[in-house]
Write a protein that binds this ligand. Structure first.
Ligand code: ANZ
Ligand code: ZN
Length: 859
């Protein structure tokens, strides 16, 4: 009897599957399609447990769907551009391309050890010219549609290294990670994509995504941040109007001053000569602060008066115009009407600078006096001091007073209804090397000229120097930047910015449908066939950006006639984190590695002697609680690792690592192994014979019921909400039933063993393939149809019980065959028949004949 040797069989089957092309995607047929997709990894070089969990979940889904008769697309690739590769080049002198490809090779072989059923013929790497050629082509589609443009924007500028920094390279104190210099904000011309044109659709179409977690949809909704209200125009002394966005136009009669963002374009003109110095000083201070700092609720309000006034359009009142940093240029119009009585920030500002506060919403039950407030009154009430609005019920947002105010503004030409979104256009320029070059040329005569499509891709030059200082390596390479204008031939300059890597990942799921196409980004027919993705699986950290950008790209490409669907991902599963135990010193905040503890049951800090806190946290290097997948695979094999991960928690929940449970799954697979070995060696395995349910013995019926219950339960568990943990429990139950079965020579036993291996196949694909082969079955277990349950087999054995009253038969009821005498009497008493005939009678005696009848003797 051979021992279960995962290392040997896993290698054997991985090679067999690869050479037989088992996981290749079938061509379009009449079979229904299923597109199962994991979020592709950044090739950091090492697979971690979070990856293993993500990919295992998707793999089980793909395998189940294949057995259920779908043609499945299940691809994998690499999100391969980005900063770490460039940093490796700067720190270690390895070219980013070399570093990236080494990492990809290493991670690919780690992935292959997991037995994931990927179609590797469709592998994509976003840094490969045959991929980014089409990223550039798609960018040109955006440019042609007027959805890509350049505009001045603030970037993080390191004054020592003389370079732009990504947000990730600036620490929480605002210093460069490399030089340590305080980062400045500098205005540079940057490329943007006009995602704001799609704000409303991105919001509305969330309704189509019934297969997404509510939490993710809510995060997207908040990010898009739709507000309805009004624009109101205020006349000023300089002729130009100041326009504000407000969600509470009904409070206009309570606006007692205005506040502009320090960056507002009209500040200079509105500033009185004697206020210039104070205003410019304040502007400089504000420029140093982040938006987050500026809008923090706890901050004391600061600001400066411009020295000029605006006219409140409803009553012609002169109100002073201030600037203050709590008003941001990036939202609304960058100017507000301040209503201190009903907006807390305005209230604090008014108190700080002694500006008038006028209540216009009176709380209904008069518990608060609107003209004598200790804080802003932001709830409802009745409009007062508001001319035509007086007496109307005041509400936030859709209240009657708001509608009345908008009607008034529109009738008097002082404003109009307005919808505003928090969503901003997407800044995609990066002043870095390791990204997709933006395919345009700047010509002194023609302006921005797209690189002609037949000249794509604009390839990254290889021989560049990486110092981390000065302009991006591309900008320093004259041989690359200096080109003739494609339109007029005049000496011109290539764009040297590269694209945000989020662009690369905004369309990779389309490329998989036609990954080797050399003529097009993809054949629309193929993409329309395979997409949308039926099940997308990935981390919650992508809830906003990646998913929003991918939705945006899909809609733009649809509007360019390249796709025929609105949403790229029909269903989304955000898997929980993989956590492990950590030991933390509550006083110092330091984590202690487990191997430094002298007593893990009673953990103390070896340096300070402090008692350590013990809890589960996401695995990470800095907390010393990571478990290396390679170690687990080496010890137990991929099948055990997969089974543990699937069994330990439902996919969307956090998972707590537990070595004992890993061991437990290893033992379970060993049990299945021995069970099948025993079966293969028994004479019963040689003679399959048909099963006739009615002719089975009790032992056979019991085992068959267990088999078909497992089929039914596992099918339900793996459908829609993917409760793989309970599915694995069902497999364990079936294996127990097999161990207990008293009919090892029966065809029912054969059926049960085969079913166990079939149901196990998606979860532990290698051992299942091996056992299937050992049982003498032809063809791969992974190409077998998913088993169907026989409803007849689920029914527990029943007999027909006769009910008599005084010896006279009054009817029959079905009861379990193995019911005790007492149970039979109870079933009979509770039956409708007995209830009817015994009503008002006294039962003197009950005669029970097991397996046959119950007779009630009445007076
Ligand atoms: C007057 C007012 C009275 C306001 C009131 C609120 C309450 P949401 O809901 O987030 O869209 N605002 C407008 N533009 C701003 C900017 N650039 N920076 C800072 N604040 C700005 O918020 C809209 C409200 O935020 C607007 O309505 C405006 O204040 C303020 F009782 O106008 B409100
Ligand atoms: Zn030109």
């Amino acid at each position: 009897e051979a021992k279960y040797d995962p290392a040997a069989i896993e290698k054997k089957w991985q090679q067999t599957w690869a050479s037989e092309g088992l996981d290749q995607t079938p061509d379009a047929t009449r079979q229904p399609k299923f597109y199962a997709l994991s979020m592709f990894p950044y090739p950091s070089g090492n697979l971690h447990m979070g990856h293993v969990r993500n990919y295992t979940i998707t793999d089980v889904i793909a395998r189940v769907k294949r057995m259920q008769g779908y043609r499945v697309l299940h691809p994998m690739g690499w999100d391969a551009f980005g900063l770490p590769a460039e940093n490796a080049a700067i720190d270690r002198g390895v070219h980013p391309a070399k570093w990236t490809h080494q990492n990809i090779d290493q991670m690919r072989s780690q992935l292959q050890r997991l037995g994931l059923s990927y179609d590797w013929n469709r592998e994509v790497a976003t840094c490969a010219p045959d991929y980014y050629c089409w990223t550039q082509w798609i960018f040109l589609q955006f440019l042609a549609a007027g959805l890509a443009y350049q505009k001045e924007a603030a970037v993080n500028w390191d004054p020592i290294d003389q370079t732009v920094l990504a947000n990730e390279q600036v620490d929480s104190e605002g210093r460069s990670w490399r030089s340590g210099a305080l980062v400045e904000r500098k205005l540079l011309k940057q490329w943007f994509l006009k995602i704001t044109d799609y704000a409303e659709q991105l919001l509305q179409d969330l309704d189509q995504l019934s297969g997404w977690p509510e939490r993710v949809k809510l995060m997207q909704e908040n990010w898009i941040g739709k507000s309805t209200g009004a624009q109101v125009h205020f006349a000023t002394e300089i002729g130009a109007d100041l326009t504000v966005f407000t969600t509470r136009p009904d409070t206009l009669w309570g606006a007692t001053f205005m506040v502009l963002s320090p960056e507002h374009p009209l500040v200079e003109k509105l500033t009185a000569p004697d206020r210039v110095a104070a205003i410019t000083d304040y502007q400089k201070e504000a420029a140093k602060k982040s938006d987050l700092d500026r809008t923090a609720d706890s901050r004391e309000k600061t600001g400066v008066w411009t020295g000029s006034y605006a006219l409140n359009p409803v009553n012609g009142e002169k109100i002073p115009i201030w600037i203050a940093d709590y008003v941001l240029m990036g939202y609304g119009t960058g100017a507000i009407m301040a209503v201190p009585a009903h907006d807390q920030r305005d209230f604090e500002f008014a108190r700080q600078f002694n500006l008038p506060i006028r209540g216009v919403v009176q709380p209904a039950n008069a518990e608060v006096d609107a003209n004598n407030l200790t804080q802003a009154w932001t709830e409802g009430g009745v409009m007062v001091n508001s001319g035509p609005l007086d007496g109307l019920p005041a509400g936030k947002g859709e209240g009657e007073s708001v509608a009345a105010a908008i009607a008034w503004l529109e009738a008097h030409g002082k404003g109009q209804q307005q919808v505003n979104y928090r969503l901003r256009d997407w800044l995609i320029s990066r002043q870095r090397y390791w990204g997709v070059p933006i395919p345009v040329i700047h010509c002194p005569d023609c302006g921005i000229v797209p690189v002609p499509v037949d000249q794509l891709p604009v390839e990254l030059p290889e021989d560049v120097a990486f110092s981390g200082r000065g302009a991006s390596p591309l900008a320093k390479l004259a041989s690359w930047t200096q080109v003739p204008c494609p339109t007029c031939g005049t000496p011109a300059q290539r764009e040297t910015d590269t694209m945000d890597t989020f662009i690369d990942s905004s369309w990779y799921f389309l490329r998989y449908a036609d990954a080797r196409n050399q003529q097009q980004a993809f054949d629309p027919a193929k993409v329309n066939d395979w997409l949308p993705v039926d099940q997308y699986v990935g981390g919650i950290e992508h809830a906003i950006l990646h998913l929003l950008y991918s939705r945006f790209f899909t809609k733009v490409l649809r509007d360019r006639g390249l796709l025929n669907f609105d949403e790229p991902f029909k269903r989304l599963l955000t898997q929980g984190m993989v956590q492990n135990i950590t030991y933390k010193n509550p006083k110092t905040g330091k984590y202690v590695p487990i191997d430094q503890l002298s007593d893990a049951q009673n953990p103390v800090d070896p340096e300070t002697g402090d008692r350590l806190e013990v809890f589960y946290e996401k695995m990470s290097k800095s907390k010393y609680n990571g478990v290396d997948p390679q170690v687990v695979l080496g010890k137990y094999g991929a099948d055990t690792a997969r089974m543990f991960i699937l069994f330990k928690a439902p996919p969307e929940k956090d998972l707590e690592w537990d070595d004992a449970d890993v061991e437990g799954q290893f033992r379970f697979l060993n049990r299945v192994w021995r069970l099948v070995q025993g079966f293969v060696e028994s004479p019963a395995s040689a003679k399959p014979s048909p099963i006739e349910q009615a002719a089975l013995s009790k032992a056979e019926k019991d085992l068959r019921r267990a088999t078909h219950t497992a089929i039914k339960e596992v099918a339900e568990d793996v459908a829609d909400d993917y409760q793989f943990n309970t599915a694995v429990s069902e497999l364990m139950k079936l294996s127990n039933a097999l161990s207990d079965a008293a009919c090892p020579d029966s065809p029912v036993y054969t059926e049960a063993v085969q079913t166990l291996v079939l149901l196990l196949a998606p979860f532990a694909p290698h051992i299942a393939a091996e056992l299937w082969q050992q049982m003498g079955q032809r063809g791969s277990v992974h190409l077998q149809p998913w088993p169907e349950y026989d409803p007849a087999a689920l029914i527990a054995d029943e007999i027909t019980l006769v009910i008599q009253i005084k010896g006279k038969t009054r009817g029959t009821i079905p009861v379990p065959a193995d019911a005790s005498k007492a149970d039979l009497e109870r079933y009979a008493r509770e039956s409708a028949i007995a209830q009817r005939y015994l009503e008002g009678q006294t039962v003197k005696k009950v005669i029970v004949v097991p397996g046959k009848l119950v007779n009630f003797v009445v007076a």
